[in-house]
Design a protein around this ligand. Structure first.
Ligand SMILES: C[S@@+](CC[C@H](N)C(=O)[O-])C[C@H]1O[C@@H](n2cnc3c(N)ncnc32)[C@H](O)[C@@H]1O
Length: 245
């Protein structure tokens, strides 16, 4: 599979995009609110609370916590309008155990994979292969190191890849997919990614399930007539993609 084509992804292009999408007053409001949140996160109490997810890293010899994300990366997160936060391992198992079909033969794909924790957690399951795509190069590099370092006696899938790039430019592989989205994108990006997925499904009908975790833009999913809801809790929803025009 060809790697995703990296889109122009420097700070200036992100700012231009924010201005186009939000207008000047909206962009200024967005950056002001984000900067305030960033400053709040630097307080000792907040910093400490971010380490609450560190057990996973100790257990597996990796670095997937959001506590160690540098200030520079936090600023780049603000500009790219995403924020890294890894999925909780207990919830992840709950989600995979809720899949309506066995995962054998499927490729697990995480768009907005961050430091790659879900790629590692998915490797406990017998997926055909596992792919992550992350827009911030530094998080993608952390994911690559984690893939090498990861140790778990229960690991079943060893074909794991992380790619740097914008999910909007990702070409979906022509294979059965379980697509994982932990609310990674603002609404317009989510719409574009889902439109790309629909086009890919029409071009090559196959089994595709979409997991949406943290249901912030659930209304966007509700508009997609080709995505059939299969399971829903207050934390995640699972859809089956059905090829129809
Ligand atoms: C909430 S985190 C989820 C991380 C990981 N999926 C997990 O569940 O552990 C969302 C990630 O999406 C990334 N992201 C945001 N916009 C993106 C885009 N257009 N393309 C690829 N990744 C993006 C962010 O940088 C961030 O690392």
């Amino acid at each position: 599979m060809p790697p995703p084509q990296p889109r122009e992804s420097d700070a200036l292009s992100w700012i231009r995009e924010a201005l186009r999408r939000r207008g000047l007053p909206g962009a200024l409001r967005y950056y002001a609110a984000g900067t305030l949140e960033l400053l709040r996160d630097l307080t000792p109490t907040r910093r400490k609370s971010r380490y609450s997810d560190i057990d996973y890293d100790f257990d597996h010899g990796v670095d997937t916590t959001w506590a160690t994300v540098s200030l520079r990366t936090r600023i780049r997160e603000l500009l790219s309008e995403g924020q890294y936060q890894p999925t909780d391992p207990v919830l992840f198992d709950q989600i995979l155990n809720s899949m309506p079909v066995p995962v054998e033969g499927f490729t697990f794909l995480d768009l907005g994979a961050g430091k790659g924790r879900t790629l590692l957690m998915a490797s406990k399951y017998p997926f055909r292969r596992i792919i992550g795509v992350e827009i911030l190069a530094e998080l993608h590099q952390a994911a690559q190191q984690n893939i090498v370092r990861y140790r778990d006696a229960q690991q079943k899938c060893f074909a794991i890849e992380s790619h740097a790039g914008d999910a909007r430019c990702f070409r979906f592989p022509a294979e059965d997919l379980m697509l994982y989205l932990f609310n990674p994108f603002p609404e317009p990006v989510l719409r574009q990614v889902l439109a790309n997925l629909h086009d890919s499904l029409l071009a090559g009908p196959r089994r595709i399930y979409v997991i949406y975790h943290n249901l912030v833009h659930e209304d966007v999913f509700a508009e997609q007539h080709w995505l059939h809801p299969m399971r829903r809790t207050h934390q995640f929803a699972i859809y089956e993609a059905v090829a129809q025009r």
